[in-house]
Design a protein. Structure first.
Length: 126
């Protein structure tokens, strides 16, 4: 079996003994990703700024694991309103411009507050 490797990135970490992501062989799976401003526990106001942080953190995790955006198989988001779902589209199309080559995506809508979060799954050969 392939060895597991914890992924750590500058600007985002959990307050417990959990890495931001874990890679076993070609499989890369993230822990929950919060939209914190890099290096802080501050959540910016507005969905656009939060998505910018989420996509930044995901990009850094992919890079740290030896991958990039083309390796993403699925991204899940958690949001409190349908408005948050629509705010993702700009970032989604920027990272995945080819409609014939986009990862799966699911947005869980419900709960309270105005913070979004995410997790992802990627497959990185080599």
């Amino acid at each position: 079996m392939a060895e597991r490797r914890s992924i750590h990135i500058e600007g985002l970490r959990h307050q417990t003994a959990i890495p931001v992501a874990s890679r076993i062989g070609p499989l890369l799976v993230s822990s929950v990703i919060m939209p914190f401003d890099p290096g802080t526990r501050n959540v910016p106001e507005g969905y656009q700024a939060q998505y910018a942080n989420l996509f930044r953190h995901i990009g850094k995790m992919l890079e740290a694991a030896g991958g990039d955006w083309r390796h993403v198989a699925k991204i899940e988001f958690w949001a409190n309103s349908p408005d948050a779902r629509a705010a993702c589209d700009e970032f989604w199309v920027e990272k995945f411009p080819d409609p014939e080559s986009r990862p799966a995506r699911h947005t869980h809508v419900g709960g309270s507050g105005n913070t979004i979060s995410a997790s992802f799954l990627a497959y990185i050969e080599g």
